[in-house]
Design a binder for this molecule. Sequence first.
Ligand code: GLY
Length: 381
Amino acid sequence: MSHAPESVLHVGGASPYDVVIGHHLAGHLPGMVGDAVRVAIICPDSLEHLVEEIVGPLAEPTPAVPERDITVLAGPDGEEAKSAEVANACWEALGEEGFTRSDVVVTLGGGATTDLGGFVAASWLRGVKVVHVPTTLLAMVDAAVGGKTGINTAAGKNLVGAFHEPAGVLCDLALLETLPTEELIAGLGEVVKCGFIADPEILRLVEENDPADLVPASPVLRELVERAVQVKIDVVVADLKEAGGSELTGAHPGREALNYGHTLAHAIERAEGYEIRHGEAVSIGCVFVAELAHRAAGLPAELVERHRTAFGRVGLPISYEGADFEDLLATMRVDKKSRGNQLRFIVLADVGRPIVLAGPSEEHLRAAFEAVTGSDADVDL
Ligand code: GLY
């Protein structure tokens, strides 16, 4: 199948870079890696078979680099990759390779690999270049863009990390061909979220296309990825370090807007022992904050229903049966987005108008939760 030529989305700011979106993009890697003599590819063991595809173009001799030294650092997958032990093993390997400031880390994997590899690159010699080649939809539209990197420690998830923007990102949709359908659907959770916080065209595309057609080869999926990445770019260019807006003035919350639906989502993920996919939890979390905004900030009932329709249409859960409200509330209170003891949520004033809702009443929180658990079926929208 022939595909439209790749699109290049430019990320401005102090460390500008390009996000290339299309099919079969490995040929772009040498340009992003530049004249680095050494390249370390960080990937999970399960994706080692994909390494060959990207090593090929990187190994091609150029006048500036007649021979490139390419090392593959394969390790654990998922959250297990994001440990101090795995980061340390990477640092040891870079030391053995004599990795210098002009050498480059390439990540190949999902969001955990991007976070780990980005952190290794941010910390080695106080920062070497990193290029991300995300292999999941979730990583393409979220983790790979915007420079957040980090690992988990006993104290919690993502508490150790750095902002380190990549030198380039390759969103190669052909890599999604072997992604399990449930993972693709979970990635759509972040895409639909971007529709609600910034780009109603995403919602129209989801509402008007057959969800069964949202496969890696489809032009509609590609447009959804391009639009979601553009939303992320716009937000991080305006507020890279999450300095935020002001809840007092109703200003745009900046990067925190990307956290739409995430406060309850993180609590659910934790309660479920991380057995639920992030995008699934985000879907439930977005319906919850829509219900909350309906009660606490006057969001019209039709927009609450639109959340259920859009997330539900792509196959994501829109209700939750699991942990108790009290347990989830306790977790939300220690979420890193809380300030002092006050709970903060990103809610919508309208589609494309995220605002901060600080300190909602427990009554509103409970009623919104009941509307999501279905235990308050008579709730009047
Ligand atoms: N994943 C949220 C952010 O990048 O800020």
